[in-house]
Design a protein around this ligand. Structure first.
Ligand code: CTP
Ligand code: MG
Length: 254
């Protein structure tokens, strides 16, 4: 098993600087049914600090200097609601288009990619269910990809803090070296052509991955990790909402 590819470190002063080229299309996937969360409205629509949860990630990408455009992927039958209750509640500076979601997250990303205009070098795929994403983190991932021609992409991830066990049934088979393990988050930023090719290949091979990087990796594309914070949680279970609210309030007040 290979170690994660280390990235050139991103100089803090340059992150979010006006020098970043606006060469990135954000694809924010918000087409899931939120079964584990359990709210009939869908977790992306529940209120978080006064706005529908998905507003927070859309605003972060809107503010990121690298981002030229935003594609929001949502269930087609909820498109009018997204326009009225989400997009029109924010003052956005970047063009936003909607794309119809699919049966799986991977299908939704593929649909979103179809709405990415030609000519944008990078695409940043993000879960709408991660409202705590910050502009600096988006910029760090974009900067990492731009900095190395050999990279197909860069993903936000955190180092594993727990000791990991490989378990079969309830029996521990192995205790792998934790230092090799990172937990993947979004955004995951790729050269657009590489991610489009990876999704096409996945359709051909009927491959379902659990994230976008895995589709690129299976074609031999090099993807690096950019160290993120544990704040950038994915709201998955009902209790996650209180955690997200507390973290966002701290940020808004602080
Ligand atoms: N997503 C999507 N289209 C799907 C499934 C998921 O756009 N067919 C999006 C979700 O809206 C979410 C992100 O992918 O922003 C991550 O997925 P997840 O956290 O699994 O959300 P859900 O699939 O909605 O939740 P669950 O798995 O509990 O049903
Ligand atoms: Mg899901």
């Amino acid at each position: 098993m290979g170690a994660p590819v280390s990235c050139p470190s991103v100089c803090a002063e340059r992150v979010g600087s006006q020098e970043a080229p606006a060469d990135t299309c954000a694809v924010i996937v918000a087409g899931g049914s939120g079964e584990r969360f359990g709210d009939p409205r869908g977790k992306q629509f529940v209120e978080l600090c006064g706005l529908p949860l998905m507003c927070w990630s859309v605003m972060a990408f809107d503010r990121a200097p690298s981002v030229a455009r935003i594609v929001v992927v949502c269930a087609p039958e909820r498109a009018a609601e997204v326009e009225k209750d989400v997009l029109s509640r924010m003052t956005l500076t970047k063009p936003v288009v909607l794309a119809p979601s699919g049966a799986t997250r991977q299908d939704s990303v593929r649909s979103g990619l179809e709405a990415v205009p030609r000519g944008l070098e990078l695409v940043a795929v993000h879960d709408a269910a991660r409202p705590l994403i910050e502009v600096e983190q988006i910029e760090a991932a974009c900067t990492a990809v731009r900095a190395d021609r050999a990279l197909a992409g860069a993903i936000l991830a955190t180092r594993s803090v727990d000791t990991l066990k490989l378990v079969e049934g309830t029996t521990i088979i192995a205790t792998p070296d934790r230092s090799f393990y990172w937990a993947a988050q979004t955004p995951q930023v790729f050269r657009t052509a590489k991610l489009v090719a990876a999704h096409r290949s996945a359709v051909r091979d009927e491959y379902q991955g659990t994230d976008d990087a895995s589709l690129v990796e299976r074609l031999g594309g090099r993807v690096c990790v950019v160290e993120s914070t544990r704040d950038n949680i994915k709201v998955t279970l009902p209790e996650d909402l209180a955690l997200a609210e507390a973290a966002l309030e701290r940020r808004l007040i602080g």
